[in-house]
Design a protein around this ligand. Structure first.
Ligand code: MV4
Length: 447
C-alpha cells in the first residue's frame, strides 16, 4: 500500500480524498494556490505545498510544480480528483515516469476514451448501441453535409476531443450547417487544440443515465449501479439520484451489461463512468466514458455501502476488487449547492461566507470545504458543497432532502438552495415527469 499520497486538487474533493487516506493510515500532501491558503484541505492534510498564484493554469494545472511538490515531500502516488488534470493522459504518464503512481487508469486507456469519436467507433465494433452518425472524424464541410443529409436533420456536431457538453452544436437544417461547423471547429481548436469533429442524429429530450464501473489490474470489471443525472443546466449537473426512476429491471440489466462490455473493450482499470442517453422510447445509446471519479459518486456510495475512493486507491496499489456483487439498498439523491444567483442567470457569487450551518441527522451527508469565515475565491468553480441523502424509498429521500435543505444555512453569498427547494416540491419532479430540458423549460415559463 502507498505510504503518502499527494492530492492534485482543491475544495471538497481534496478533502474527500484526504478523509479516506486518513482512515487507511496513508499520509497526505495537499497542494494549494495562494488563493487557497486558508482552505480546509490545507489544514487537514499532513503536509501542504504552495504551488503558485490563484490562476488555475499557474497552480492546479501546472504539471511541473505539482510533480516537484510530490518529489520534495516523497509522495509515492498522486490522486487527481475530478476536473483539472484528472483526464490528462500526459499528466498521468509524467506521474508514473516520476515514480509516483497516478491513481486512475493507464494513460493509454485515458487517451482512447478521451477521443470521443475513437471511443464511439470502438463501442460500435463491440455491439454497444450508439447513435447513428458519421464514421470516425471529419473537418470538411462537404463531408459533414453528405453524412447529415444521409441521416437527416436535426443533427448534433461534436468535437472529438470534447465531452461533457463542451464543443457541441445542434443543427436543424442544412442551410445552418456550414456556419455551425466553422464556429464549433474554432471553439474546439481553442479549447482542445484540435478541431476534428463527428456528428450524430439528435436525440430530442433525452435522459442522462450513467453507470459506475470498477475495474482492477487482474481483468475483473464490475458495475455499482447507475446514476440519473437528467436535471442539468448548461451541462452542469444539479441533482443526481440512484437508482434511476426511468429504468425498469430489464433495461437496467441490459445497460449494465453494455457498460461492462464498454469497459472490457479497453481492459479498463480504476473507477470509470459509462454515460448513456435514454430516449423517450427507452432506447439507450453510449455517449462517452469518463476515466475519473465523478462529483456525484457519493450517491453510489450510499446505496451500495462502499468507499469508492478507498477502492480506487487499493486498485492502484495492485489489489483485487474487494466486492464483486453489490447489494443495493434504498434511494439516494444529491444536490450540488453552488454560490450562484439563480435570478441572475446563475451568475457565480464568490465572496465571504458570514454564517454557515451544514445539515445532519439520519441519512444525511454533506461534503464541503466551506465554513463560516471562509472566502470563496473567484478563480475556480462556485461549488459550496454537496448535500447527499439516503432514504428507503425515493419519496422518503425527497422529504429528507427538503428537511436537510431547510437546515442548510449559508449567509453572505447567494446559493442555489432556494432553487432546489422549488424543484423538489415540483409535482413534475416528484412524478419523474421530465427530461434533460427540465430547467430550460422552467426558465422559459418563469421569465
Ligand atoms: C447528445 C444529445 C442529443 N443527441 N447527443 C451532452 C453531454 C454529452 N455527454 C452528450 N450530450 C448530449 N448529446 C445526441 N446525439 C443531447 C445531449 C445533451 C444532454 C445530454 C445529457 C444531459 C443533458 C444534456 C443537455 C443538452 C444536450
Amino acid at each position: 500500500m502507498f505510504n503518502k499520497i499527494l492530492i492534485a486538487n482543491r475544495g471538497e474533493v481534496a478533502l474527500r480524498i484526504i478523509r479516506t487516506c486518513k482512515e487507511m493510515g496513508i499520509k497526505t500532501v495537499a497542494v494549494y494556490s495562494t488563493a487557497d491558503r486558508n482552505s480546509l484541505h490545507v489544514r487537514f492534510a499532513d503536509e501542504a505545498v504552495c504551488i503558485g498564484p490563484a490562476s488555475a493554469s499557474q497552480s492546479y494545472l501546472n504539471i511541473p510544480r505539482i510533480i516537484s511538490a510530490g518529489e520534495i515531500t516523497n509522495a509515492d502516488a498522486i490522486h487527481p480528483g475530478y476536473g483539472f488534470l484528472a483526464e490528462n493522459a500526459e499528466f498521468a504518464e509524467i506521474c508514473n515516469d516520476s515514480n509516483m503512481i497516478f491513481i486512475g487508469p493507464t494513460p493509454e486507456m485515458m487517451s482512447r476514451m478521451g477521443d470521443k469519436a475513437v471511443a464511439k467507433e470502438l463501442m460500435k465494433k463491440i455491439g454497444v448501441p450508439v447513435v447513428e452518425g458519421s464514421e470516425g472524424k471529419f473537418t470538411e464541410y462537404e463531408e459533414a453535409k453528405e453524412i447529415a443529409s444521409k441521416i437527416g436533420y436535426p443533427i448534433i456536431l461534436k468535437a472529438s476531443a470534447g465531452g461533457g457538453g463542451k464543443g457541441m452544436r445542434i443543427v436543424r437544417e442544412e442551410s445552418h450547417l456550414e456556419a455551425a461547423l466553422d464556429i464549433t471547429k474554432a471553439e474546439a481548436l481553442s479549447a482542445f487544440g484540435v478541431d476534428s469533429m463527428y456528428l450524430e442524429k439528435l436525440i430530442e429530450n433525452p435522459h442522462h443515465v450513467e453507470f459506475q464501473i470498477i475495474g482492477d489490474k487482474f481483468g475483473n470489471i464490475v458495475h455499482a449501479g447507475e446514476r440519473d443525472c437528467t436535471i442539468q443546466r448548461r451541462h452542469q449537473k444539479l441533482i443526481e439520484e440512484c437508482p434511476s426512476p426511468y429504468l425498469d429491471e430489464d433495461l437496467r440489466e441490459r445497460m449494465a451489461q453494455a457498460a461492462i462490455n464498454a469497459a472490457k473493450s479497453v481492459n479498463y482499470e480504476s473507477l470509470g463512468t459509462v454515460e448513456f442517453l435514454v430516449d423517450k422510447d427507452k432506447n439507450f445509446y453510449f455517449m462517452e466514458m469518463n476515466t475519473r471519479m465523478q462529483v456525484e459518486h457519493p450517491i453510489t456510495e450510499a446505496v451500495v455501502n462502499i468507499d469508492l475512493i478507498k477502492e480506487q486507491i487499493c486498485i492502484a496499489a495492485g489489489e483485487k476488487i474487494s466486492r464483486k456483487k453489490f447489494k443495493f439498498f434504498g434511494h439516494s439523491i444529491e444536490c450540488r449547492i453552488n454560490a450562484e444567483d439563480t435570478e441572475l442567470n446563475f451568475k457565480p457569487c464568490p465572496g465571504l461566507i458570514t454564517a454557515f450551518n451544514a445539515p445532519g441527522g439520519n441519512g444525511v451527508r454533506v461534503d464541503t470545504h466551506c465554513y463560516a469565515g471562509y472566502h470563496i475565491p473567484s478563480n475556480y468553480d462556485s461549488m459550496i458543497g454537496k448535500l447527499i441523502v439516503i432514504g428507503v424509498t425515493r419519496e422518503e429521500a425527497i422529504k429528507r432532502m427538503l428537511r436537510a435543505l431547510d437546515e442548510f444555512i449559508v449567509e453572505g453569498v447567494k446559493t442555489t438552495i432556494p432553487l432546489f427547494q422549488k424543484i423538489l416540491t415540483d409535482k413534475n419532479f416528484v412524478a419523474y415527469n421530465y427530461d434533460t430540458n427540465y430547467l430550460e423549460k422552467r426558465e422559459e415559463i418563469e421569465v
